[in-house]
Design a protein around this ligand. Structure first.
Ligand code: HEC
Length: 113
């Protein structure tokens, strides 16, 4: 009996340590994601209110044809400028106070899909 118990206890403590290790790894992955610009999150926080539903006639996320046309007709630099300056119904910068030009470019690419 005694010889069976000891290895069982050891094995379960190894498993517990593995569990703790993978929890730490998930935590670290989460951290590295918030350090880089988290485009889906910024989209949710700053653009989705209008662009998910097409509220106020905003071009909708996933409306690939409309976004392709905007990109072809106006070009990406003009689109970035439009978000930053605001439009008739869109507040300047969308609702993002910290976005760079490159963040806006990525947000527009994200909405195009
Ligand atoms: C309060 C609603 C609202 C929010 C928030 C918003 N938009 Fe808009 N957006 C609009 C509307 C409405 C239009 C259509 C033009 C107009 O009437 O202002 C538009 C148009 C655009 C266009 C097309 C510009 C053009 O030249 O035709 C882009 C690009 C854009 N939005 C990007 C964004 C991005 C990126 C965000 C988030 C950072 C964002 N928008 C947040 C309402 C919004």
């Amino acid at each position: 009996m005694h010889t069976v118990h000891t290895p069982l206890i050891q094995r379960s403590s190894i498993l517990a340590n593995l569990g703790r290790l993978s929890a730490a790894m998930v935590f670290m992955l989460g951290l590295s994601q918030t350090n880089a610009a988290d485009i889906p999150k910024i989209y949710q926080d700053s653009c989705a209110a209008c662009h998910d539903t097409g509220a106020l006639n905003a071009p909708k996320k996933g409306d690939t044809a409309t976004w392709q046309k905007l990109k072809n007709d106006k070009g990406m630099p003009a689109l970035i400028k439009a978000v930053k300056g605001g439009m008739i119904q869109m507040p300047a910068g969308g609702l993002c106070g910290t976005c760079s030009d490159d963040d806006y470019r990525q947000l527009i690419e994200y909405m195009s899909k």
